[in-house]
Design a binder for this molecule. Sequence first.
Ligand code: PLP
Length: 379
Amino acid sequence: MKFSTTAIHAGNEADESTGAVSVPIYQTSTYKQEGLGKHKGFEYARTQNPTRIALEQNLAALEGGKACFAFASGMAAINATMTLLRAGDHVIVSDNTYGGTFRLFDKVLKNFGIEFSYVDTREPQNIEDAARAETRMVFVETPTNPVMSLTDLKAVSEITRRRGIRLVVDNTFMSPYFQRPLELGADIVIHSTTKYLNGHSDSIGGAVILNDEEDIKQMAFIQNAAGAIISPMDSWLVLRGTKTLVVRMKQHDENGRVVAQFLSEHPRVERVYYPGLKSHPQHELACRQMSGFGGMISFETGSLENAKRVLEGVRVCTLGESLGGVESLISHPATMTHASVPVQERNRLGITDGLVRVSVGIEDVEDIIEDLDQAINEL
Ligand SMILES: *Cc1c(COP(=O)(O)O)cnc(C)c1O
């Protein structure tokens, strides 16, 4: 089956008892058992829930993985993945990863004896150089948030395969429609389903998709043992979201390209970060590794004052954290998503006070451009 068909049908079997074409929301904590040790495969809803299972089957199929486990948030999915490790293990991480990921690693997991090295993964050799005997995982985001740096997944997976290290990819920004990490050699894919997979800014969730049988067994154990599961209602919302993933992603991409081009030609915009622009230093890799460029764009306004004017001057775009919804969202990484990253580190990564990030929605692109234009012209 092709991607669009899978998106609509995987996990979405008609309900056996009623024929309902939409998977019911099984809002239950437990299940009646017919006798001692006799049940229908459902005992307690932390362990098994039919709505969650439908979502997990859908997401596993979309990423081309053997199994998926859904969690209460993207961070819960990342945290569960990290508990595949033990004290003394070492992890290599993309140096401008999502702020919340950095915070979890640096402020929480480090205290449990897991060591992290943050390297510029644009250059695969940096991973080779940082690898030690205790390295058990390479964790990358590509493109990164918010400066849109790419990591060559195929090149990195050659290193991780050779060394027997897991390669974990946070694929939130691209979705499986535009980027397929498992096919490029990754072992584990993570999503914040909050973003493009759900797509309507009305649910928080996360997912882990894996291929290795041992890791699948362990992740099933962790999901039940630690219990950070997604709710039935949120499972249903994401399952509804992925039915339109293809049409939404096509429009995010189409609008994203137009908005990036407009910004790159605007005299008051100093710099635009978008992998679809020829001026992006890794444009060639983007064309090779992704089948679209999506709707995430960052641009430099020159100062905090200018950024504030743009952020407060827009009327169609909404000032807010998050991304990947049908509505255009605009945000200020330095004080919002990346506030927990130390200032020198932010400046080194290009996350300046003047940087503005847009999650281009699927409104009429002329309205988005007109809106950004009137706000930027106030500078
Ligand atoms: C939002 C986000 C997360 C965290 O997901 P939550 O659902 O907010 O917990 C992780 N990685 C990336 C790239 C994100 O954008």
